[in-house]
Structures are given as structure tokens and as C-alpha cells.
Design a binder for this molecule. Structure first.
Ligand SMILES: [Zn+2]
Ligand SMILES: [Zn+2]
Length: 245
């Protein structure tokens, strides 16, 4: 009896809505009971996604166009082990509070919506489609214990559920407890991540897609890619929820 099931399910949602009203993670406005996304429609419409004017290697937005940013132009781009970085969103005022809540304030349930959203956006990047396995960027065990979860693993779980790609969370481990990247410049970030990860020999010959929440300079992704390539991975590319412009 699908009709009756629907009525019961809606009644339950309305009941929950009365007990625990949900608000938009960006502007704080009350959300209607039948609105699934964690942002209101107005904020969702303002969220920016990367357009066609991005660096073909690192995904940085290039307002004046061109194939590559200054860092990736010519042979410099070939020195990076992570050959392609793409993202679902551009990090901005609408996504900032949401990602902060997801990452630092215990709102781990957001992974279901965000991972499924990533899966939908993933389809618009043909250059990412040939992968054998999905590997979330690992946290150091100490940090994961303190936070209670690894936000990248949760995203990757829901992303793989939607895309049907194989999830391999144990292929890369973080064995160095690194400094918080936010306080460091680009060069320091790369040095901070150097040798921070180790990959299993199982990755040999495989095309790996790394999943992370936010790409800023790409140093964390590069750290993982170096470890994967050392272990014999054929190709390493990355897809993140958001990209800092
Ligand atoms: Zn809003
Ligand atoms: Zn670039």
C-alpha cells in the first residue's frame, strides 16, 4: 500500500519537524518540513559551482581563461602526482557554515546529502570517469578519535553508494600527525604533507580517485598521491566537495 506508506512517512516527517525544526546551515531561516537539503532554496541558488574556466590540472578558477594556472603551466604540472583535481562546489559564504558544521561540529549526518550531491556533480567531469577505486583522504588516528569520525570517509561512503564505485578506505594511511594546514603557506603545506601518508602495495597498477572535503592548495591530495604513486598506482586524480578559489 504505497499511498498509506507515504502518508505515514510524511506524518512522521511533520512530527519530527515540530519536535526538531530544521534551519538553513547558512542563513538560519526555518526550513519547510518537506525540504531535504541542509540549505534553503535561496542559499542553494547562490552556491557557486566551478565553471569551464578552470586549470585543467588543479581545478583553480581562472577568471581570464587559459588551460593551466601559473603553478601548473608547462612541465610544472607534470611534476604533480595528483594529475587532476575537480570539485562539486566553490567554497563560499553559503557553503562555509555548512562545511564547518559537518567537519567540526559533529553534524556527520550531513554526509548523506553531501556525498550524494558529489555523486551527481561527478558525472559532469568526463576526465574523472576512469577509476578503479575510491580512496578517502585519511585522518591521523589521534585526530579521528578526537573528532569521532573522518568526514572524507563519510563523504566517500555515500558517494560510492550512489556511483557504484569501489570504496577502498584502507589503501592510504596517515602516519604523521601534521600541523593544521590553515596556518601555513603553500610551500609549508607541501612540506608539512611530505611523507605524511603511506599506501598499500594493493594500489599497484590501479587508477585511484581521492575524495576530500575541501581542496585549498591541493597539498594534502598531493601528499596522498605521492604515497599512492610510490606504491605503484597507475594514476591518481581527486574530487572534493568544495574548492577554495
Ligand atoms: Zn539559507
Ligand atoms: Zn593549476
Amino acid at each position: 500500500m504505497p499511498g498509506i506508506q507515504n502518508i505515514a512517512s510524511n506524518a512522521w516527517k511533520i512530527f519530527l519537524h515540530i519536535l526538531f525544526p530544521r534551519t538553513c546551515f547558512s542563513c538560519g531561516i526555518d526550513l519547510p518540513w518537506n525540504h531535504t537539503p541542509p540549505l534553503c532554496l535561496d542559499c542553494l541558488n547562490k552556491v557557486q559551482r566551478p565553471g569551464p574556466l578552470i586549470c585543467q590540472r588543479c581545478g583553480t578558477v581562472l577568471p581570464s581563461g587559459g588551460a593551466h594556472c601559473a603553478r601548473c603551466r608547462g612541465n610544472k604540472g607534470k611534476q604533480f602526482k595528483c594529475s587532476s583535481i575537480r570539485s562539486a562546489w566553490l567554497f563560499g559564504p553559503q557553503t562555509q557554515g555548512l562545511i564547518h558544521a559537518f567537519k567540526y561540529q559533529g553534524y556527520s549526518f550531513l554526509a548523506e546529502y553531501l556525498g550524494a550531491y558529489m555523486a551527481k556533480e561527478f558525472a559532469r567531469y568526463p576526465e574523472l570517469q576512469t577509476v578503479d577505486a575510491v580512496v578517502p583522504v585519511p585522518l591521523h588516528p589521534k585526530k579521528q578519535r578526537a573528532r569521532g569520525y573522518n568526514q572524507s570517509l563519510l563523504l566517500a561512503q555515500h558517494f560510492c553508494k550512489q556511483t557504484g564505485l569501489a570504496l577502498r578506505p584502507d589503501w592510504v594511511k596517515r602516519h604523521k600527525d601534521t600541523l593544521p594546514q590553515a596556518q601555513l603557506n603553500r610551500q609549508e603545506r607541501l612540506e608539512n604533507m611530505s611523507g605524511a601518508f603511506v599506501a598499500l602495495p594493493l594500489t599497484k597498477g590501479k587508477r585511484v580517485l581521492l575524495i576530500d572535503d575541501v581542496a585549498t592548495t591541493g597539498a594534502t591530495l598531493e601528499g596522498c598521491a605521492v604515497a599512492l604513486k610510490q606504491a605503484g598506482a597507475k594514476q591518481v586524480i581527486a574530487f572534493t566537495l568544495a574548492r577554495e578559489p
